[in-house]
Design a protein around this ligand. Sequence first.
Ligand code: PMT
Length: 405
Amino acid sequence: MVLHGRRIVLGVTGGIAAYKAVEVCRRLVDAGAHVVPVMTAGAEHFVGRTTLSALASEPVQTSLWDEASPIPHTRLGQQADLVLVAPATARLLAAYAAGLSTDLLTNTLLATRAPVIVCPAMHTEMWENPAVQDNLATLRRRGVQVVEPEEGRLAGGDSGKGRLAAPERIVAEVERVLGPKDLVGVHVVVSAGGTREPIDAVRVVANRSSGKQGYAIAAEALARGARVTLVTTVELPLPPGAVARPVETAAEMQAALDDLAPTADVVVMAAAVADFRPVHAADGKIKKEMGVPEIVLEPTPDILAGLGAAKRPGQVLVGFAAETSDLIANAESKLRRKNLDLIVANDVSAPGVGFQHDTNAVTIVRAGGDTITVSLTDKRAIARAVLDSVCDVRAALTSFDGTQP
Ligand code: PMT
C-alpha cells in the first residue's frame, strides 16, 4: 500500500472547511498512513482538538511551546514523508510564500524537505485576489503541489470557486505524490462496468458488474503518473484526473476502444462485456398483454480479441477472465486466443470475489506462463498488483528491443 507507514503531517488552518480535514484524516489513516495533526489557533474555532486527535495517529499539536521536545518545529518537518495543509487559508499561503514562521505549522513547512501539498479554501473574492494567486504561483514555482478548490456552496450562503477539494481528491493527490511514478507519460485506457444491451425502450440484458475493479485500476494508474481514459458504463465518482468515455452497449464500448487504442500504451479490459445481445431492440416498451416475447440473441463483437489482432509493438493488453470453474485453464486459453500480454483470472463464484464486492482475489497469468496469485484483498490492492505486472511487461519489452515502449 502506497501510504502504509508513511508519516504525514496534516496541517489544518482556520476556515469553515476545517471540518472536512477530519474526513481527510480518517481516509489517510484507513489507507495505512501515520497522521500527525497540527492545528493553527484559527482552526480551533472550527473543529475540536479531540475530534482530530481521536481519528489521527497522534494527539493534535498546536504550539511550539507545549511539547516535551524543545524543537517540535524542526522535528515534525524532518520526520515527515509529506506535509499536507487542508484547508489552507490565504493567511497560511501568504506566510508560507513569504517564509514567515509564525506558528507550529508555518515552522514545520519551513523546516521540511518532504513534498508539500496545500489545499486552499476561501471565499471566491479572496481566491481571485492577485495577492493570493501570486503567493500560489510562488509556492508552485518552488515545487509545492496545489489541489485547487472547487466551485460550490461556500460559508454564509455564497457560492463560487473556493470550496475545499473533496477529501477523495486530496487523498488521491497524496497517493500520487508518494506513490511510485512508473507510469509517467503512459496512456492507460481502462474499461469498467457491465454493458447493457437493449431489449426494448425500457429493458436491457445486463450483468452484475459494478465497475469498482475498473475504477480502482484507473485510480492506481493515475497515482502512478499515467494519463488515464476510463471507458465506463457506470457513474461512480470519477478518479480525479481521469477522462471518462461513457458508453452503454458492447457496440459503443467497441467504438470507444477502437478510437482510443491507437494512442493507448496500455489497455486494461476490466469491463464485463455482454457476450450476447438481442438481434432486434423494440422501439417502444413491449406490452405485457402481447404475451411472453421471444427474444432472439446474437453474439456481440469480441472487443478484446479485436484489440489483440491490431496490437501495436510495445502496447500492453490486459484482459480479465471471470470464471466459475477451471480458472487457470480457461484464462490461459483466453490469453492466447485474444493475443494478450496478461490476463487477470478471478473465480467469481468464490466468497468476496469479483462482481460488486469491494474485494477480489486473482491470479495474474503472463504470456509465457508466469503466474502471480493475489489472495482476497481490496480492489485497489488488486489494481496495484495488476499494474506492477504491466510495468514488468513494459520493462521486458524495453530490454528486449532496447527502445522505450
Ligand atoms: O465491476 P466489478 O463489480 O468490480 O467486478 C469486477 C469484474 C468481475 C467484472 C472483473 O474482475 C472481471 O472479471 N471482468 C471481466 C468480466 C468478463 O467479461 O470476463 P470474460 O471472461 O467473459 O471475458 C474475458 C475478457 O474479454 C474480459 O477482459 C472482457 O472484458 C473481454 N470481452 C469479453 C466479451 C466481449 N464480447 N468482448 C470483450 O472484450
